[in-house]
Design a protein around this ligand. Structure first.
Ligand code: ATP
Ligand code: MG
Length: 396
């Protein structure tokens, strides 16, 4: 097996960002370096529209992990070689052989093409001549290869640059989006459910660095709830360099609502309390928005009226990336990003604590304000913020 000592990385939208392009590319390289920090000798270099990574070891096993870094559209494990036509041809033979074994085993026909890019015009062979030379070497070895320029499934690519050439044939698809950190910071209200991790992931994909806040109603819910939230935050944290989770002791606020406010408004008031505490925590941590997993009409607290009554208590923009999603769509995405199995573990949530028989469905901000008139909001909020427990992943 050849030593695929480099990764060729493509990114889509970044290239469109005009003057900011440099910043975006730097952010992407930084995030890649964190994602692959355990790889000895890992280095990145930027060329027009591409990033090439090199290391002291075979990088093919890391292509999948690299492809999860937001901003990247695809990753190809590649072999870098000197600018010698015979060496390049030898590498293409190995490369096609491996691709056929790994991706096309058992296929009688594989639509195939060769794509040579000769950025270095000093290279003695023209693109067509090199293509011809490779074809003559590769095609007789694998009768299943059928040249098909328009609909190739196996595209053998050769990039001829100033000092080196790269040879590659496989692509690991990335998620696209923008590098985490390039669009500021957000604070995601993370419950143990399916939706909020997906909401966080969607905003992270668009370049937002995410912090998490979770409301924990100990002792009304047990330590398994805390464990579950930590595991979820850790899991979504795989998509960004570093993750912070704030666990908020929520029982005192909930008890005050139970004791001082109309029962039918409890759920809306819990949510308003969450908005206030999350706003305070976000502002302390330079987060510019709150992110929730709310989706229109999914549960009683998510009617348009209740969403408005809840947002009234927020001091920051509330982003709801799932607002137009069906539950099945959220579930599909949760499976894809790896949070689903954790989310479905049956562990109680703070929202079910002291749940009323008939919660209000079409609330309003005015009624909610009246309902909480007897609460000492400032002190309850302050106590929750002061009592926050801060956790960091990966742990240091
Ligand atoms: P999820 O699947 O994310 O729990 P859900 O469909 O169950 O969402 P709700 O329980 O009504 O909906 O919660 C709506 C949103 O409020 C959640 O997506 C989350 O952002 C926030 N939220 C609810 N409970 C908590 C909590 N205990 N801690 C932090 N945020 C919460
Ligand atoms: Mg929930």
């Amino acid at each position: 097996m050849s030593n695929q000592n480099s990764l060729v990385i493509r990114y889509g939208e970044l290239g469109l960002k005009g003057g900011n392009r440099n910043t975006f590319e730097h952010a992407l390289c930084d995030n890649l370096k964190v994602a692959l920090k355990d790889v000895p000798g890992f280095k990145t270099s930027r060329q027009r529209g591409r990033i090439t990574c090199n290391a002291d070891i075979d990088l093919a096993p890391f292509a999948e992990r690299a492809s999860k870094v937001f901003g990247i559209t695809s990753v190809s494990p590649a072999t870098t070689t000197y600018l010698d036509a015979d060496l390049i041809v030898a590498r293409t033979i190995e490369c096609v052989g491996e691709a056929l074994i790994n991706d096309f085993a058992g296929r009688d026909e594989v639509p195939f093409r060769i794509t040579v890019k000769r950025a270095n015009k000093q290279f003695p062979l023209r693109s067509r001549e090199l293509t011809q030379k490779i074809a003559e070497a590769v095609l007789p070895l694998h009768p299943q290869l059928k040249v098909n320029l328009q609909n190739a499934e196996l595209n053998l690519e050769v990039d001829i640059r100033e000092e080196l050439a790269s040879v590659f044939a496989r692509r690991h698809k990335g998620y696209g989006g923008l590098p985490v950190g390039s669009m500021g910071r957000g604070m995601c209200l993370l419950s143990g459910g399916i939706d909020s991790p997906v909401a966080a992931w969607m905003c992270m994909k668009r370049g937002m660095r995410m912090e998490f806040i979770s409301f924990y109603s100990f002792p009304h819910v047990g330590p398994q709830t805390r464990e579950k939230i930590i595991r979820l935050a850790e899991k979504i944290g795989e998509y960004q360099p570093r993750t912070i989770l704030h666990m908020i002791p929520f029982a005192p606020y909930q008890e005050a609502i139970r004791d001082n406010c109309p029962a039918s408004y409890r759920t809306v008031l819990y949510r308003r309390a969450m908005q206030r505490i999350a706003t305070a925590m976000a502002k302390r941590n330079r987060c510019k928005a709150l992110i929730t997993g709310e989706s229109l009409g999914q549960v009683a607290s998510q009617t348009m009226q209740n969403i408005a009554a809840i947002e009234d208590a927020s001091g920051l923009p509330v982003l709801r990336p799932l607002i137009g999603m069906d539950k099945t769509e959220a579930i599909e995405l949760a499976k894809r990003i790896g949070t689903f199995e954790l989310s479905i573990q049956p562990v109680p949530d703070c929202c079910t604590v002291f749940q009323p028989e008939s919660p209000v469905i079409h609330g309003s901000a005015e009624e909610a304000q009246l309902a909480e008139a007897d609460l000492d909001i400032a002190n309850l909020t302050y106590a929750a913020v002061i009592g926050a427990e801060k956790l960091e992943f990966p742990e240091r």
